[in-house]
Ligand binder design. Structure first.
Ligand code: C2E
Ligand code: CA
Ligand code: CA
Length: 859
């Protein structure tokens, strides 16, 4: 019997070579693993860099947006002034400094209200003839101030005169980037002003991008540390060049580095994995060496190396499966011959079903097919392509594949899932075109849509209808119920608007509570009106917010292409003008744009300017209408009523200009004048007479009303109880709690409060009970009908009774006849006022009346 050792020893492979073989294959495997680790680390760095550059390009995108919006604003501001009949008259041939600066038509308010540091008018001979710098009148040459020649800019602006085009450019003004807008002066849409044929004057607006401005812009657009780039920053990334080739400097911001976190997390993990593998290999080498030593036989040694190979393959497979990519192989007929396990977990599809299937059936490219791409003769292997496929849940996913040719013809490659990345990109695209709150298209999308529609040239038979819809009474919702409730209402309104339009129409949100609708296929005015009715009805249905029912309504302005305009900007402007008319027409309604509206707006703007000037230059007058005790005809006081002595239009009644003052904020200045003048005069009257002053609802919201009244009383020395303030119910409608607080504070000062126009509102009665009024004034509409209807008589009787019950003094307004007087006496109304007793009198007449009264011993 042969010795076992002899049998084992026969295949005379030296022991050392067995060990060497095992070691060699292990080293190869280790080398492979090393490469995999290096690849993984490389990939990680690549992803990290991508992450940074994505974030960075988002920053750059928003920086660009911020600058664009600045430019857009400046353009629209300069348009208002450059293409304007009055502006042309007063600035083009000769400059009327009084009109422009003193009367603030093109003066310091541009600095104080819009923050515009520089404005210039350059005349036809290129001479600067008017300039306002930081709100001060100055005679400085525009080119000097800007520190560079501006001939080219002027020429460009003049070229644009005919189309009313504005030129903007960025310049470097003494080391600081500045945005310059230039526009030729033209009469605009004013048909009464004839332009001459010579070269135009040019209006220049200069906006400086100083650090405060940039900080505000950065805040608006979420860009950290936005500032002017220093010379050594100018070559870095995170830079937005301004002007041609960055000639005006550049904007720089803090670079974003989301990758630092990713690397901080992943690198140690990879290092630990690598350490583990090294340790494993070391252990294996020790074991295999030991095993090889124990074996004498080449057969077993062979088995060992096979085992090592199998192990190494298994390990390689593990590594392949551990990566998030899947690996594929196809043969010459483009059929899958191999798909890694990862394929199933990433796509959810079955490997068994797809092996043998054509790669083109799985993966789609935007242009051509994958097989065509693979067939490109000298295709570069480093380039990958984006493909899409449908996963198990039938939703679209995106993957990036790379491929290498195999020696036996066919291809092998990896597929990286990039669905998240593609979706993120799409989301950004969507966000830039849609409103974040309601998801409706925003101004940008609207503009695109409109341009497309207008290019298709609508006809009068098939017009393009634009509606601008603005919510009525939305502000109180926000103020009383909070912004969350306001948001809910906006969302609900958006949903309803969407329901009212057809596919192919567009609903966009362009401001807080302003929407634009673009409607197709409405051929007749009737159809448009039906649509408007439907929209308003739908919005007027109550909106449920946290168990409360909120009611809002809407006003609509309509403009149509091509009849009203064929340009998007014009259509928007005209629809806006029509909206204004709809609001003026009592809200909850709609108006079609008509040419006269434009003229009306121009006139109104003129009036607004005149009023600003008039208030500051003593054009206001105060008339007084006496109030009498009905029982014995004694005067008890007088109501101060403001008028405006306009230099051209004569005496203007308050109904014409108070609404303008309220809208433009001039009401505070106006009312301050009325208050002090009324108190001053009344302080000279006999002490048993009071003066009553009308307050606007807006004054209650602007704060510091209590302080203003306090100042008026102390500076004039009038006793507080001789001042009465008349307020209307709308004060309480707007903000009941706020109004109550203000009124209580006023009562603490000691002034009297009376409710004006009583009976015209909805809930005057409930307000009377809960607010600290001293009196009420029955609206003159009731008094004027007194003779006619028994009903009005009983209403007045009831009001007088109510007043007595609540110990309020009751005044009847608008007493015009002796009959009115008799009837009011009959129902025991306390006080009265009206043309029959006395018209409102100017100061002199009123003081004569007082003198006469004194002579008669009456007052
Ligand atoms: P109001 O407070 O109801 O003022 C009474 C208005 O009725 C005055 O018109 C007065 O001239 C007019 N009136 C007086 N007696 C008669 C009469 O017998 N028959 C008729 N048909 N009318 C009579 P006025 O002065 O044009 O003022 C209109 C409105 O302008 C006022 O209505 C008031 O709401 C507002 N207003 C006037 N002055 C001021 C002011 O200084 N500040 C504010 N915020 N509003 C003012
Ligand atoms: Ca009044
Ligand atoms: Ca009144």
């Amino acid at each position: 019997m042969p010795k076992p050792e002899a049998i084992i020893a026969t295949p005379a492979v030296p022991l050392n070579s067995n060990v060497a073989l095992a070691k060699a294959s292990l080293f190869k495997f280790a080398g492979l693993l090393g490469i995999v680790f290096i690849l993984a680390t490389g990939l990680l760095f690549f992803v990290a860099k991508n992450l940074d550059s994505n974030e960075e390009s988002e920053n750059a995108f928003y920086a660009q947006k911020a600058v664009e919006s600045l430019e857009k604003n400046l353009r629209s501001t300069i348009k208002d002034y450059a293409f304007w009949g009055d502006g042309y008259l007063h600035l083009h041939k000769t400059v009327d400094t009084d009109w422009a600066f003193t009367r603030q038509n093109l003066g310091p308010t541009l600095y104080s209200d819009f923050g515009l540091p520089g404005l210039f008018v350059v005349n036809a001979a290129d001479r600067t003839v008017y300039s306002v710098l930081r709100g001060e009148l100055n005679t400085v040459d525009a080119a000097n101030w800007l520190g560079q020649p501006i001939g080219a800019l002027l020429a460009q602006a003049r070229q644009g005169a005919e189309n009313e085009a504005v030129v903007t450019t960025f310049l470097n003004v003494h080391g600081m980037p500045a945005l310059i807008a230039a526009a030729a002066l033209t009469p605009g849409a004013d048909p009464t002003v004839q332009p001459d044929n010579g070269p135009s004057s040019v209006l220049l607006f200069v906006e400086m991008l100083d650090s405060a401005k940039l900080e505000a812009m950065g805040k608006d657009y979420g860009i950290k540390g936005l500032h002017i780039a220093t010379p050594d920053e100018i070559h870095k990334s995170s830079i937005l060049p301004l002007g041609e080739g960055g000639s005006a400097g550049g904007l720089h911001w803090e670079a974003a580095t989301p990758s630092t976190r990713l690397l901080g997390l992943m690198l140690p993990l990879i290092a630990i994995a690598a350490l583990l593998v090294v340790f494993m290999i070391w252990a294996i080498i020790r074991r295999t060496t030991a095993a090889a030593r124990a074996l004498d036989c080449s057969y077993e040694s062979l088995q060992l190396s096979q085992l090592a190979l199998a192990q190494s393959e298994a390990r390689f497979r593990d590594v392949a499966e551990a990566s998030s990519d899947w690996i594929w192989e196809i043969d010459q007929q483009w059929r899958f011959t191999y798909l890694s396990e990862r394929f199933e977990s990433v796509t959810g599809l079955s490997r068994d079903l797809w092996i043998g299937a054509n790669i083109d059936d799985l993966l789609r490219m935007e242009l051509g097919t994958v097989s065509q791409w693979l067939s490109i003769p000298k295709r570069r292997q480093s380039i990958s392509v984006q493909c899409s496929y449908v996963d198990l849940k039938r939703s679209a996913r995106f993957t990036r594949i790379s491929a290498r040719g195999l020696v036996n013809q066919g291809f092998r490659g990896t597929a990286t899932d990039i669905t998240d990345e593609v979706e993120a990109r799409r989301r950004i695209e969507f966000l830039s075109q849609h409103d974040a709150l309601t998801g409706l298209p925003n101004r940008t999308r609207l503009q695109e849509f409109l341009d497309g529609k207008l290019k298709a040239a609508p006809t009068p038979e098939h017009p393009l209808v634009m509606l601008i819809l603005d919510l009525d009474r939305f502000k109180p919702v926000n103020d009383l119920l909070g912004h969350a409730a306001g948001d809910e209402v906006l969302n609900e309104v958006s949903r309803r608007l969407g329901e009212c339009v057809r596919s192919g129409d567009l609903v966009a949100r362009i401001g807080g509570d302003e929407f634009v609708l673009i409607l197709n296929d409405l051929g007749s005015v009737e159809q448009v009106e039906i649509a408007c009715r439907r929209l308003i009805d739908s919005i007027e249905k109550p909106v449920k917010v946290e168990d409360q029912e909120v009611f809002v309504s809407a006003s609509i302005g309509i403009a149509m292409a091509p009849n009203d305009a064929t340009q998007a900007a014009e259509l928007l402007r005209y629809a806006d003008i029509a909206l204004y008319e709809a609001k003026a027409g009592g809200r909850k309604t709609w108006r079609f744009y008509a040419n006269e509206m434009n003229t009306k707006i121009i006139e109104r703007r003129q009036l607004e300017n005149d009023l600003r000037y008039g208030i500051a230059h003593g054009e206001l007058r105060l008339h007084f209408q006496p109030r009498f005790r009905i029982a014995d005809g004694q005067m008890v006081g007088a109501e101060a009523l403001v008028r405006w002595q306009h230099p051209r239009r004569g005496l203007i009644p308050p109904d014409t200009f108070i609404p303008i003052a309220e809208e433009t904020g001039l009401i505070l200045a106006l009312s301050n004048w009325v208050l002090t003048t009324a108190c001053e005069r009344a302080a000279r009257w006999p002490t048993n007479l009071f003066v009553s002053v009308n307050l606007s609802p807006t004054e209650f919201q602007r704060g510091n009303l209590v302080e203003r009244i306090g100042v008026a009383i102390t500076t004039t020395g009038l006793q507080a109880q001789r001042l009465e303030l008349e307020v209307t119910e709308s004060v309480m409608l707007e903000d009941a709690l706020g109004a109550l607080e203000v009124m209580r504070a006023l009562k603490r000062i000691g002034v009297r409060l009376s409710m004006d126009d009583f009976g015209t509102g909805y809930s005057s009665l409930s307000y009377l009970r809960s607010f600290p009024f001293d009196g009420l004034k029955i609206d003159r509409s009731f008094v004027s009908r007194l003779g006619e209807s028994e009903e009005d008589r009983s209403i007045i009787k009831a009001i007088v009774g109510l007043g007595r019950a609540l110990s309020l003094s009751v005044t009847a307004e608008g007493i015009e006849t002796v009959q009115h007087m008799d009837l009011l006496k009959e129902v025991c109304c306390e006080e009265g006022q009206g043309y029959f007793l006395s018209r409102p009198l100017n100061n002199d007449d009123f003081e004569s009346l007082l003198m006469a009264g004194q002579e008669l011993g009456k007052t």
